[in-house]
Design a protein. Sequence first.
Length: 367
Amino acid sequence: MESLSIAQNRQDFLLMIATLILVTIGTVMIYSSSAIIAMDRYQDGQYFLKRQAVFVALGLGLMYCLSRLPYQKLKMVAYPAIAVSFVMLLLLFVPALGKRVGGATRWLNLGFIAFQVGEWVKVSVVLFLAFFLARKKPYVKEIVRGILTPLVITACLMGLIILQPDFGTTAIIAVTTMIMLYLAGARIAHLLGLAAMFAPFAVWALCRGYRWERLMAFLNPWKDPHGSGFQIIQSMIAFGSGGPFGVGVGDGMQKLFYLPEPHTDFILSVIAEESGFVGVSVVILLYTVFILRGFMVSFKAPDLFGMLLAAGLTILISMQVFINIAGVMGLIPLKGLTLPFLSYGGTSLMMSLAAVGVLLNISSQET
């Protein structure tokens, strides 16, 4: 009991506080951004708020449990987690189980809840890579005995994800994999060769279907303001309307059926309109604290497995934060990814809080 108490006291306080503040802001803004939509769809203005409150409670419980569980024990589930990822991705193609929303089949219909498989896969890939690369450390500079196996497995997973289609999650897994291989000691020449090998595929995928439309909308949204450019234009209007301090929480206009799904992908746009430059700056500052503390946990981890696991989880969240924020600001094409800790969504929130729990446990065992 004494050792548990000591471990708890040594957990990264700033990381935990930044997470809790972000979750609190997210819960408030989900209610603000979704009340009108919830009333229109379900005749209950608190529909999304109630569900998110349940997800927050479950996620915080999961975070607490994982913060108490020695992260070394996660090695036992690294391979099963990857196997479950393959099974769930394949189940998405079963008509009765795969739930199609917005032209993408990313959710597994479990009856009482829709489970977003990509969120599980991202964390599973990080856990698998951390375990495999730590075990294969002496061979990581070799292709056949070192990095070939994780590359084949992650490539197969990315192939199944791109078929959903979900280019954003695929890109996050690809970048995270490359960085984790580098941190594990893989040769830069091998990594550059892999990047060059997959670059044509990335370009091909980017130039097909809805991704090409989003790219064109990014370059010139006003060419089709009522079609492909509608989302980013409405987001820009929200940012511009907020000014320094915003119009007030609950008083925004863009959430009134202008911004599509303002409580999910575009929640930062609502924050920008209702709390202005100051509110967005606070959110970005909190994410900066979170990311810096996450990498600090990685650098101080007691072993290679802990270092790779902490780095991978931090990269996952930081990549998703960057892609979402840059997308809704019009800096990059939109990718349809939620904003961690802030956006509505049970799977995303619970997996993000689970990652925080692991980071907290690693921080309690810093050297």
